[in-house]
Design a protein around this ligand. Structure first.
Ligand code: FAD
Length: 678
């Protein structure tokens, strides 16, 4: 039997698996990604992209594709019954809270997003990595004796290659209004998991099948809600036993409902609620909660889905939107799917096998979180795995994956729970109607939920790589925190740059050529840590001398910049230094800054892409970096950013020692005291 060695084996090529494969390809890690299906999805399924997800896609260079092709959702309209029980528009709100990101929430179907990832993986790996479709793992063994050895391959997986027929999902072509449409039921969790069936069928097809053994250092189960990997490692999802059943229609509507091109939440007096999502290509998605499994007594809803058809979903929508008329010319896709609110007891085992996405949490689709949170799990994990595999960090940082993402999954379930009640309940008739849902409460929850739903509110707790003060998140024993002398910075030096959160973006100018850049554009996802040197007004002698003191230490042959960067690697490949100063741009020149801030490279010459200024641009206004983040120009600060743009540390400009101690907690010396060209 063929045998291969890989650093990471990814099972499942949905949004989570593809995000991970993109990271690993970008960082040059040897990975394979397999999916039991023969094709990627072409339409339907998840659609909403939060602004944080767009920031992340942009950091891989694919954000513009999603931004251009998607439908931008700028407004939410809330509709509810008036005193006569007739629906009317009661509020209009911005869909994304103004100012929280340079992107706003958009909608684009999952198949396109998967396409962007596939192209990126191909580009980053120079064609070396591609999704292997129609491939199924059949056994998993973990050699526990060597899980702590960073060089070991403790995971053995057997893979079976299916025939094309086995790997092709069966489509039950649906006729409605005389029009055929693709349905998403083959991927719906209303269907029983078909992994076992596929295995059986493939076993029969001896000719087509081949098997192969993979030895892997790490493995990630991104294989969806039924996760085979989760079962193999003996983990379970825990949570509510009642499942909600949702009907979803993607149609080109014919309607006199005036807000059909805005996102709407419509509560009817007695016919239920509907979420309207305007999409690309004139499509509109309608989400309707049809029922809960607890209401389908005596039936196994997973197998009997015959009662759910596009007609049933459409008729529900028509009742809710009455007296407005609703029909369609084109039905593009439809599905019904069943959702419970559950989170994995653990996100992996031995810090060797991890779960991401639906494999480790499920919840309703109302807030468009499924695909986003799944991708963001993988976004959190990808750089950590790369860093350990490349020998830059020790294995301790892997513990922060579960610590950080489990908290998000629980927050998501809590949000979903609250929102489900408000969305699905009957509107209150008056203030005495305690069983009904108050529409004021719904609007408030919607507004508050918007920050959470944007993905921007993610705030990781204190750990080895997030230097919050102990008291702030009540860090417990379970926190994968620092050793005996944890590094703690001084948040007050930059109150607008919150440790634990992603760095917000404003425009800064390149000192050398005056070009404005969004700060986040300077932080592409390539596995690099960033040291943001924020020296304030360097035309003032005090700030200048503090900067020079810091740079003296940074350019020392034993500084953390040099210790943790391999001899053969570029000076900015492990920790990149970016300066954003606050003196008037024209009062200083790039060569006024110490050389370590603008290193010389044998091939490229001086690096002009490292020093930026907070000043007025010629054409795009003033980013107001110092003002926005409340940083004093006569004080400045040092900021450490993780490779995923989250803020690890804010401290004094000239406190080199704390930064050194921070990196020394988890980074591995590369035996390199003579970095070239710095
Ligand atoms: P998935 O997208 O489920 O991907 C898992 C992948 O793993 C699949 O490609 C599958 O073929 C593969 N796989 C599974 N088992 C194996 C195995 N044993 N071996 C190899 N490969 C395997 N979210 C929204 O926000 N809005 C929506 O409208 C919406 N609609 C949905 C409709 C349906 C029918 C479903 C199932 C989900 C929907 N979701 C929606 C949820 C959203 O699609 C998911 O949250 C998101 O896709 C999760 O991404 P993932 O990568 O974790 O898992």
């Amino acid at each position: 039997m063929a045998e291969d060695h890989v650093d990471v084996l990814i099972v499942g090529a949905g949004p989570a698996g593809l995000m991970l494969a993109t990271w690993l390809a970008k960082c040059g890690v040897k990975a394979r990604i397999v999916d039991k299906r023969g094709t990627k999805i072409f339409n339907g399924q998840a659609d909403g992209l939060q602004c944080r997800t767009l920031e992340i896609l942009d950091s891989f260079g694919i954000g513009h594709r999603a931004w251009r092709e998607s439908n931008h959702m700028l407004e939410i309209c809330l509709w509810n019954p008036d005193s006569n029980g007739v629906i009317h528009r009661s509020s209009r709100l911005p869909d994304t809270i103004p100012g929280i990101s340079r992107f706003q929430q958009v909608v684009l179907h999952q198949g396109r997003i998967e396409r962007f990832f596939l192209d990126a993986i191909n580009e980053f790996s120079s064609g070396g990595v591609a999704v292997e479709r129609g491939v199924l793992p059949t056994s998993l063994e973990i050699d526990r004796t060597c899980v702590e050895d960073p060089e070991a391959y403790p995971i053995t997986v057997n893979l079976r290659h299916l025939s094309e027929e086995d790997a092709t999902p069966k489509q039950s072509s649906t006729m409605s209004n005389g029009i055929s449409a693709q349905d998403g039921l083959f991927r719906s969790n209303l269907m029983a998991d078909d992994t076992a069936d596929m295995l059986k069928t493939s076993e029969l097809n001896q000719k087509a099948n081949t098997t192969e053994t993979i030895k892997a250092k790490y493995m990630v189960g991104a294989d969806g809600a039924h996760s085979w990997v989760r079962k193999e490692i003996g983990l379970k999802l825990k949570g509510e036993s009642t499942d909600y059943i949702w009907g979803v229609l993607d149609i080109v509507p014919i309607t006199d409902f005036p807000d059909i091109r805005s996102r709407c939440a419509v509560h009817s007096a007695n016919s239920g609620s509907i979420m309207v999502i305007p999409r690309e290509n004139k499509l509109v998605r309608l989400y309707i909660q049809l029922t809960t499994t607890s209401k389908i007594q005596g039936q196994d809803s997973r197998t009997d889905r015959s009662w759910i058809t596009p007609k049933v979903i459409l008729e529900s929508a028509q009742r809710i939107l009455s007296p407005y008329k609703l029909d369609y010319r084109k039905l593009d896709w439809w599905t019904a799917y069943q959702i419970g609110q559950r989170v994995g007891s653990s996100f992996g085992v031995h810090d060797r096998v991890f779960l991401a996405g639906d494999a480790v949490h499920t919840h309703s689709p109302k807030a468009g979180q499924g695909m986003n949170v799944s991708m963001q799990d993988a976004y959190n994990l990808g750089w950590k795995l790369s860093s350990v595999i490349k020998g830059h960090s020790n294995r301790s940082i892997l513990k922060t994956y579960e610590f950080e993402r489990k908290a998000i999954a629980h927050a998501l379930i809590e949000f979903d729970h609250k929102f489900s009640r408000l969305f699905s309940g009957r509107p209150a008739k008056d203030i005495m109607d305690e069983e009904g849902i108050s529409m004021d409460e719904f609007r408030d929850a919607f507004q508050k939920g918007n920050l959470f739903a944007s993905g921007i509110a993610v705030d990781y707790g204190r750990s080895l790589i997030v230097t919050k003060p102990v008291a702030e998140n009540g860090a417990s024993e379970a926190t994968p925190a620092t050793t005996s002398t944890p590094v703690t910075g001084i948040q007050d030096l930059a109150p607008g740059l919150k440790v634990g959160q992603r760095i917000p973006s404003v425009k800064v100018l390149n000192q050398s050529d005056a070009r404005p850049w969004h700060l986040q554009e300077l932080l592409p996802s390539n596995g690099t840590w960033r040291l943001l040197v924020v020296p304030g007004d360097v035309s003032q002698p005090g700030q200048k001398s503090r900067l020079e003191k810091l740079c003296g230490q940074l350019s020392n042959p034993e500084s953390f910049l040099r210790r943790f960067t391999p001899n053969t690697a570029r000076y900015d490949s492990v920790i990149e230094v970016i300066t954003i100063h606050g003196a008037p741009r024209q009062s200083v020149d790039v060569f006024d800054f110490p050389e370590v801030l603008r290193p010389f490279h044998d091939v490229d010459g001086w690096d002009y892409e490292k020093i930026f200024v907070d000043d007025q641009s010629y054409h795009e206004g003033h980013g107001e970096f110092y003002k926005t983040f409340n940083i004093r120009r006569d004080e400045g600060c040092l900021v450490i950013l993780r490779p995923d743009q989250y803020i690890s540390y804010v401290g004094k400009l000239d406190d080199y020692e704390s930064a050194d101690r921070f990196f020394s907690e988890f980074m591995l010396p590369q035996n390199n005291l003579t970095l070239p060209n710095v």
